[in-house]
Write a protein that binds this ligand. Sequence first.
Ligand code: TRP
Length: 464
Amino acid sequence: MSARGNFSSKMGFILAAAGSAVGLGNIWGFPYEVGQGGGAAFVVVYLIFCFILCYPVMVTEIAIGRKTQKNAVGAFNDLGLKKWNFIGKLGIFSGVLILSFYNVIAGWAFGYIFEMVAGNFAIADQFGTYIKDVVKVGSYGLVFMGVTAYVVSKGVSGGIEKAARILMPTLIIMMLIVAGYAMTLPNAMDGLKFYLIPDFSKLTASVVYNAMGQAFFSLSLGMGALITYGSYVNKSDNIVASAALITLTDVGIALLAGLMIFPLIGFMSGGTMEGAARGPGLIFVTLPQIFGTIGGGLGIMTGTLFFVLLCFAALTSTVSLLEVPIAYVVDEWKIKRTRAAWMVALTIFIIGIPSLIGNGYSEFFSTAFTTYKDGGKDTDFLSFVAALANDTILPLGGFLISFFAAHIWKKHNLDEELAQGAPNYKGSFVQKYLNFAIGYFAPIVLAIVFILTVLFKFFGIQIL
Ligand code: TRP
């Protein structure tokens, strides 16, 4: 359609956007957040956020992108509302931050492929040592960033779409198999109870903030990633329906990851669920153990395949994260895509070095970040950046985007765009709900969550 490139089909866009959404956030992040957030109560809050709050924001981002066919900053200029393009700039900033630490974790996952191939299931007990070996995991990270840059340099339909098409379905099948196997193990039911039967006494303010941050992160919202992907969507596609499918896929895969991990923790803890709140190391410790219990060639095969697929899921996400700044510099600064991809990727890798070395290697970056959360508990740099980007800037971005769409760009313009490709949209319940959600519900809730999060996480002031 245009020289910028387009997704070659409706399915291509859905797959690429779902590929962006489905990633480490679902398989690594979601289970550990559930574990720390006390189990099913977190899941309930998370689901509510995803459907009633995040879905409308997703629709809005895609609509802004498709309307303008521009990157996250150019989109605001194109609507004639240049003053507001700081929203896009904030998005690019948070995208850079997110990719800088995300790639570190992707590097760990990438390295696990080789550990599995070697049958080294004992890596589960050596995870702390593994991530301290910064030359090794750093090299894995560098390779991962390189592959990301390569895919992005090939443009939208060439690289991004093709990869997502095969890998997503395979991942789902693989996860179903692992979850099925996990449930046959002794004490699996204790894990399921923890995961699925809510105990609302565990619902604290920080559980709610984290659920919000996790929902935004997992759905790739609040930083213009979907404005950017939306800019490659055809005018005949149905945005409202596509966004619903993307949300369902993403939530479904997160839930599936929980079905895999929690029965496993039930099994390994003998039913006490000890270790569920371990935090970011969770899947890196539990999963190799299960592949170890399978054992032998079959254990090696499933373990390897699992981490291969996890890396592909992470790759379709890193690609979308990198695509945001790249689309910007290609459109606005007229830099060649290939060159931009490699230069920006390298810069982001360098920005990620403190996150890489802050897991035991560098004392300073592992513990020096004390002002944030839980009354000054020591925090590593990676967790600090994640809290800053995911739990703080993404909700802020979501607030700004929904406020902008409803009150500056105006609802009727948003409706016009959404009606294209969706003949039944006008007058529907969905339209009414989206108008309410984007106009009032989302901006108000997101503004409140943003303010409370900043006060709580960074100043230790708890109001609610
Ligand atoms: N959603 C991805 C995940 O769950 C991460 C991600 C990719 C992302 N693109 C994004 C998060 C844009 C926020 C914004 O792993």
